[in-house]
Design a protein around this ligand. Sequence first.
Ligand code: SPD
Length: 277
Amino acid sequence: MWIEDKLEITKGRALKVKITKSLEKVKSKFQEIEVVNSDAFGKILLIDGIIMVTESDEFCYHEMIAHVPLCVHTKAQKVLVIGGGDGGTVREILKHDNIKEVEVCEIDEKVIEVCKKHFPYLANSFNDPKVKIFCEDGNKFIKARKNEYDIIIVDSSDPIGPAEVLFRREFYEAMYLALKDDGIVVSQAESFFYHQKIIKSLFSFIKNIYPISAYYYTLVPTYPSGIIGFTFCSKKYHPINNFNETEALKLNDLKYYDRGIHKSAFNLPFFAQGYKY
Ligand code: SPD
């Protein structure tokens, strides 16, 4: 039995994975959530047929979405995660001692439930007393918050379905207002190989909203093209000039992120240099 990541199928390309067992398939109010087992990547979480997390490479994504902003803004105390229902991003955030509160706004409580069952090494992070979960629409949630967060991390699915709105100008404007004066936003922003149109559209307005912005990336074998990037949008701190190497050195048990990776992640190939800081 094989599965194909549905995101790229329409464009004539697909990542196929041989699965050994289907472990769960449920339809929530918002989407279809599926967990399968594979020899190649271990357990895989799919949402609407698109690979979200695999046991074998989730760390490449979660370490990079969390530690990059947290090693720049080292005084951060309150972080908001929009999406992130598997818990991997929260797991990484909690590795920083300065963090006092993590709010998670995940639209689909079913994702959290399924991940608690099948991915406890990710979703157990939700049991930490510093973490508060809101099962609400991230776009509405953010509009009701002002001057509240040091860091906002948007750990979303792709810009189709419920996450489409998270790639719009009005959402980035609302996040700007929800951040404190020295706040940072990091948001899932797809691959510079396959999704240049999405990245171009994001930076066309991000540059007018945030004084400092950049794209950085990580390598994830099970995402389309094997890479995925993030927008780094900041009111004050520069991703490289304000990078605190001492904070990065304090982190233990990581498998991807380190001082060198932090810096090199912002170095972009020539064709993508338009999104460099
Ligand atoms: N094309 C898939 C992109 C998925 C990005 N988010 C994954 C959530 C992991 N916490």
